[in-house]
Design a protein around this ligand. Structure first.
Ligand SMILES: C[S@@+](CC[C@H](N)C(=O)[O-])C[C@H]1O[C@@H](n2cnc3c(N)ncnc32)[C@H](O)[C@@H]1O
Ligand SMILES: [Zn+2]
Length: 278
């Protein structure tokens, strides 16, 4: 069994973050929502994640009556890996995707992210498709397949909005890497590097990668030959992949597009700290 070194990113104890108690202070707290926030001592096991999702689902019909302080727009949301982390950070989340996303756990609008109205939101997260830059799609690009590059147009919209924002994408994409996160920094069994361009200052010290010797590869539609090669020929089960990502509610395809919610929870808490300092 891989022994972790002592220091990892814990979304529950980062400097500048706020507890769910302070986040809901002065507002009509919804006990069902607040039970989904992590607090010191929380169990982050797979079972606990399913329980948290269950409590979230039971809350969903009455989200309108739960008054969270800040509203986040989750553009290019897919099934909500990033959205779940924003929710755990304390945002009231609305996702937008041009495809229907029946598994998205929060408010959802089927629309084009390049034209969906941005007003009324306190924070915007954007995860444009990565196929134009990712290693996983490289062979398709070599064969001449073309993928839309949506980073530049969405960045223009976000900058013009004046609302704090984050763009997330893969290494090799044309974004400024204000922060790079890896699953191993959160004690997850995925080596999943993602870059984050942030419109607000992020002052965090992150530990170095601590890659496990037996990582779980979550990519493509199932386990591609590229992924199998990367992983010494081993195919991981969907159950192992879900556990490694900290995501229980998506299909296999949705899972491969997602980021671990731990990443957006970590950044979402910095965003709330930035919002509250203004
Ligand atoms: C990389 S996935 C997002 C993954 C998500 N952040 C997560 O963590 O689960 C990109 C998504 O962008 C959506 N998409 C692509 N072009 C879009 C557009 N113009 N407007 C809205 N959604 C779009 C795709 O349908 C896909 O679901
Ligand atoms: Zn790493």
């Amino acid at each position: 069994m891989h022994q972790r070194r002592g220091f990892s990113l814990d979304t529950r104890s980062n400097p500048g973050t706020r507890s769910s108690g302070s986040l809901l202070k002065g507002h009509r707290a919804c006990s069902r929502v607040s039970t989904t926030f992590p607090t010191p001592g929380d169990d982050f096991s797979e079972t606990a994640a399913v329980t948290r999702l269950g409590s979230l689902r039971s809350c969903r019909p009455s989200l309108a009556s739960c008054q969270l302080i800040y509203r986040a727009l989750d553009l290019f949301c897919c099934a909500g890996g990033a959205g779940m982390g924003l929710h755990r950070a304390g945002f009231d989340v609305t996702g937008v995707d041009h495809n229907d996303q029946p598994n998205y756990p929060f408010h959802f609008r089927q629309a084009n992210a390049l034209s969906y109205p941005l007003d009324g939101f306190d924070f915007i997260w954007a995860s444009p498709p990565c196929q134009a830059y990712s290693i996983a799609s490289a062979s398709q690009r070599v064969r001449g397949k073309e993928y839309a590059d949506l980073i530049e147009p969405i960045r223009k919209r976000l900058v013009a909005s004046g609302i704090p924002w984050v763009i997330e994408n893969v290494p090799g994409s044309p974004i400024r890497a204000d922060l790079i996160l890896c699953g191993s920094q959160f004690n997850l069994r995925v080596i999943r590097h993602r870059l984050f361009e942030c419109s607000f200052p992020i002052f965090v010290l992150t530990p170095p990668c601590n890659h496990p010797p037996d990582p779980v590869v979550v990519v493509g539609h199932g386990t591609t030959s590229w992924a199998r090669k990367k992983n010494g020929g081993k195919c991981h089960t969907s159950k192992e992949k879900r556990a490694a990502m900290g995501i229980q509610w998506t299909t296999r395809e949705e899972l491969s597009q997602a980021i671990p919610p731990a990443y957006s929870e970590f950044i979402g808490r910095q965003a709330i700290a930035a919002l509250e300092s203004h």
